[in-house]
Design a protein around this ligand. Structure first.
Ligand SMILES: C=C(O[C@@H]1C=C(C(=O)O)C=C[C@H]1O)C(=O)O
Length: 370
């Protein structure tokens, strides 16, 4: 099993045609969307249907892969299949001083009252000789509770990731989103311990989400805050849901993205700060991706069933978008890994550095064959 979809994706990549393969958290079915030509389709108002891939900077337009052809297959993990336990030592230290100085600069801005929280990030480059679809199979086997994907467009590039964070899900007028922030290492057999810094930074994300959607939904509901595991890390997560007063996906996405889980509080000044100071272009890292206005029955779940957009029947349209985290971009044989973390008044620069090193292991552990 699982060969037809991979074979089809390899051919699409060889032919330099756009496609995405992805699996939702805790599911076994892998979906794929193949575009029949190499045209670059841009999202205009989020009323379109297909797979959306949006950059961090919402001043730049999102990309759409129309579902010209879709294919689904079950992925069953082999027992011995997972990421390497011993991660090849990658020297990241050349970025240490720049990053910790950046954190210090942000703390000074916070002390001066310019903003309350900012999410800083960096890009790490390592050589990678593994075939992209082999990497995809490895992340599927390793990160079962993540949204795993490989996305390719010849005019844009090839991205791959395993993200723990939902931006939003809508089905009809039902809206679900989440506040995910605060990070501490996962240690087998130990429960996570949270400091004030992690609790405060996640509360800021929750407050922002609630304030953003409370006028737009009825029956706003917040779950209790839980620790959720993402690979070698724990995060704090609160689920937020409600019933949209009117449909208007574009407006809700525009209001939510970028949340303080990836940008800061307040949004405008922190976005300006990081665009000016991070010293690299985030491109699609901390943007979002996923199904946009997809008919619920577009994908058949019984084995490999090919279906064209023409023979679908009327069903509810569902949108399910994830924040593009724990991801990399493959440029020739260089993997560019993107990592970041939230900085508040209580941040310790060295700890923030270590947090980004921890996050880099999500992708590093799947890059190298032992
Ligand atoms: C920015 C990243 O992650 C985000 C930042 C977090 C934090 O600051 O603790 C935790 C989860 C994500 O919302 C990343 O993974 O690069």
């Amino acid at each position: 099993m699982f060969s037809e979809l991979i074979t089809r994706a390899v051919a699409q990549l060889d032919n330099e045609l756009p496609f995405v393969v992805y699996r939702k958290p805790n599911k076994t079915i892998v979906h794929s969307v193949f575009q029949k030509d190499a045209q670059l389709h841009l999202v205009d108002d989020f009323s379109e249907s297909g797979f959306v891939f949006a950059p961090f900077d919402s001043d730049n337009q999102a990309i759409l892969l129309p579902a010209h052809e879709v294919l689904s297959e079950a992925f069953i993990k082999k027992n011995n299949q997972s990421a390497n336990k011993t991660i090849k030592d990658v020297d990241q230290n050349v970025q240490h001083d720049f990053y910790t100085e950046l954190v210090k600069k942000a703390i000074v801005e916070i002390q001066n009252g310019a903003f309350k929280k900012v999410v800083l990030s960096r890009k790490l480059e390592v050589e990678c000789r593994t075939l992209p679809l082999m990497l995809f199979k490895k992340i599927l086997a390793t990160y079962e509770n993540a949204f795993c994907y490989l996305w390719y467009h010849p005019k844009v590039g090839l991205w791959l990731g395993a993200t723990p964070e939902i931006l939003l899900r809508t089905s009809g007028l039902r809206l679900t989103t989440m506040s995910l922030a605060g990070t501490t290492p996962y240690v087998a057999g130990e429960i996570p311990r949270w400091g004030n810094k992690e609790m405060e930074e996640q509360n800021m994300v929750t407050d922002y989400i609630v304030n953003t959607i409370k006028t737009r939904v009825d029956d706003l509901n917040l779950s209790e805050t839980k620790a959720v595991r993402a690979g070698n890390l724990w995060h704090r997560r609160t689920e937020v849901s409600g019933n949209l007063k009117k449909s208007g996906l574009s407006e809700v996405i525009g209001a939510l993205h970028p949340t303080p889980a990836v940008c800061g509080v307040p949004m405008a000044s922190t976005k300006a700060f990081l665009l000016e100071n991070e010293n690299y272009d985030r491109e699609f890292y901390t943007g979002f991706l996923g199904e946009l206005n997809i008919q619920e029955n577009l994908f058949e779940h019984n084995g490999a069933v090919r279906q064209t957009a023409a023979n679908k029947t009327e069903a509810e349209k569902v949108t399910e978008l994830f924040v593009n985290l724990r991801c990399l971009q493959l440029v020739n044989s260089i993997a560019q890994i993107y990592v970041g973390g939230g900085v508040t008044r209580d941040s310790v620069p060295e700890k923030e550095w270590q947090e980004t090193v921890g996050k880099s292991k999500t992708m590093l552990s799947v890059l190298f064959d032992q």
